[in-house]
Design a protein around this ligand. Structure first.
Ligand SMILES: [Fe+2]
Length: 211
């Protein structure tokens, strides 16, 4: 039988035993803690800049993931005469927010940071108000979504200006071209559903009052 060291592993000098058995239930220390950036990357961006940008991008990521999930909740739970169009619109916006999530997360990683990922961590970080688990009326659903967009858009403008000042052009471009533009467009599409227009009969009283 092969000799084993204190950890129960065969010494490195011995040939490795080949086995088809997967090594299950493994755990080990993290290779990089959250909130840090790896030291040397040839990006021509100083470590303090990458640290600040990754911190801000993670906030934006947590809010964007929350908005993405709020869209899916709305997609599933929507009710009423506008069900079909809103069901589709909410899912379209969900898909677009999902793409933004990936873009932000991968920028955090490429800057040497660690992107926030899991629901529990996102819930602790996001600034978007938690909705109830139950179903809400369409105007409330849309209002919640618009409030979430407003938080993201406000942060996006601040982040873009700061990134520009620090010389992080990539983060500036992401904040404006990917996040801000998409959020602005989605706000337009949503907010039009809160205009109190008659669905079937035109409001003739306004015509009479005008004459
Ligand atoms: Fe669906």
């Amino acid at each position: 039988m092969a000799k084993k060291d204190l950890n129960g592993k065969a010494p490195a000098s011995e040939p490795r035993k080949v086995s088809a058995q997967p090594h299950l239930h493994q755990r080990a220390a993290e290779i990089q803690p959250y909130g840090t950036v790896s030291h040397q990357l040839p990006l021509d961006l100083e470590e303090p800049v990458r640290l600040e940008m990754t911190e801000q991008l993670n906030l934006l990521l947590a809010d964007t993931m929350t908005l993405r999930d709020l869209y899916k909740k709305s997609h599933w739970q929507v009710a009423g005469p506008t069900f079909y169009q809103l069901h589709l619109l909410f899912d379209k916006h969900y898909e677009e927010q999902s793409e933004i999530v990936d873009t932000i997360a991968e920028r955090v990683q490429l800057l040497g940071g660690i992107s926030i990922a899991m629901a529990a961590d996102i819930a602790e970080t996001t600034r978007i108000e938690r909705p109830p688990r139950g179903r809400e009326e369409v105007p409330v659903q849309i209002s919640r979504l618009l409030d979430a967009h407003q938080i993201i858009i406000g942060h996006c403008r601040e982040l873009a200006a700061r990134a520009n000042k620090l010389g992080d052009d990539g983060t500036n471009d992401l904040a404006v071209s990917d996040v801000l533009r998409t959020n602005e467009l989605q706000v337009w599409f949503l907010s039009q559903h809160l205009v109190d227009e008659p669905l079937v009969r035109a409001d003739e009283t306004r015509l009479r009052n005008a004459s």
